[in-house]
Design a protein around this ligand. Sequence first.
Ligand code: SAM
Ligand code: SF4
Length: 466
Amino acid sequence: MTKKLFIKTYGCQMNVYDSVRMADVLAPLGYRPTEQADDADMIILNTCHIREKAAEKVYSELGRLRQLQEKRTQEGGRLLLGVAGCVAQAEGEEMLRRAPQVDLVFGPQTYHRLPEMVTRVLGRVSGASGLVDTDFPAESKFDALPEEAASQGAAAFLTIQEGCDKFCTFCVVPYTRGAEFSRPVSSLLDEAKKMVATGAAEITLLGQNVNAFHGEGPDGKTWGLGRLLRALAEIDGLARLRYTTSHPRDMDDELIEAHRDLGVLMPFLHLPVQSGSDRILDAMNRRHTAEDYLRIIDRLRGARPDIALSSDFIVGFPGERDQDFADTLKLVTEVGYAQAYSFKYSPRPGTPAAAVEDQVDETVKAERLAMLQQLLNAQQLAFNQGSVGRVVPLLLERKGKFPGQLVGRSPHMQSVHVQAPDRLLGKIVQVEIEGAHANSLSGRVQTDIFTSDHDMAAPSREIRTA
Ligand code: SAM
Ligand code: SF4
């Protein structure tokens, strides 16, 4: 019997991938995805723990869902509630104590066991206490996951690496996602080929620290990300490759050379630096200096002159003085970003930085964030305005808000809105950029040069001057 599954995904793209895979795992039990929480038989909140109040937000969402669950029980039905992801991993049993209506609490490394957990829960009476599985099992979930059941569409995500051993002093990831682990190359090539066969033109490789990838190659040797990208670039019909998120310490020569040599590797890189101050970088345990970072950027630009850059920044890290913040603004000015994410430092319980006494005042954090964002927004707008008048290949990914509108991504990750028929969804078309806004562009499809699925050539060298 078909049952309806609603998954609400918070946080990073790795959670997006995990949610797709949870649906795959539950498909043999008859669960099919729905867009409506109201008529679902199971609701899973796939949570993120990276910033403050994450757990509180999940508890209030669970409070709202309890009403839906109670209504269902009164009607003689049953609504299963599951909490997945990093909040589930961090809270564990505590979650059942604070939200006893939850049926399943499971972490990012155990969702391959969902069918067993769901079967066990359904075998119990409604109202019995829920199950918790927040292990870091010895077996890899990837070996137990079924093939992807549904196409992810034209732009697909593929998790190649998980966990982190870097232990930046502000970050919960090493605690919630566990130790660094890379998948074997042959299973990644197989999965990527299947994605292309089911309609993916672009694949984004995912990992908490994706460029620390060190998977076992078919030759028995350890392959780095550069080598993996070369092998993926050979897949027929795959037009675009991206990867995220990277750490500056893992930008090795092979990877930089991949940016030089592979046309399918898009000229855009999210390379978080967090701060421009060496003192703060050291306190964050980032293990590189601002100068090291700038040298990497120079080498990347040497390899691929049109590469556009993005970063994450944290302002108000404990002990950050005006001069440290000024160093961050200086670095931003020197690099010139196409886009970036910036956050106020948020103390995460259990991380070393949270225990430091020299915390920065909230108003100072807010002021610094506003200044940094003003600079980053101006850079982003200038970058977008620089695209006006250019013709760029656009992968049309989804429908827009307005009738006849489609939205796609440029090689530089800009969202571009165009008027185009639905039959072009999933295709790469050449688009002349006509308008630039802070967060998106608008353009006109060059109707005479539609590109079909099969002749989606790698982006030509010309667009590298974009
Ligand atoms: N692995 C990536 C790296 O090394 O840069 C980042 C992964 S983390 C999931 C995404 C971003 O969240 C970080 O780059 C950082 O800017 C931000 N972040 C992590 N912990 C934070 C905290 N405690 N307070 C504020 N921002 C935080
Ligand atoms: Fe967190 Fe990234 Fe640092 Fe790992 S490298 S601890 S994921 S910020």
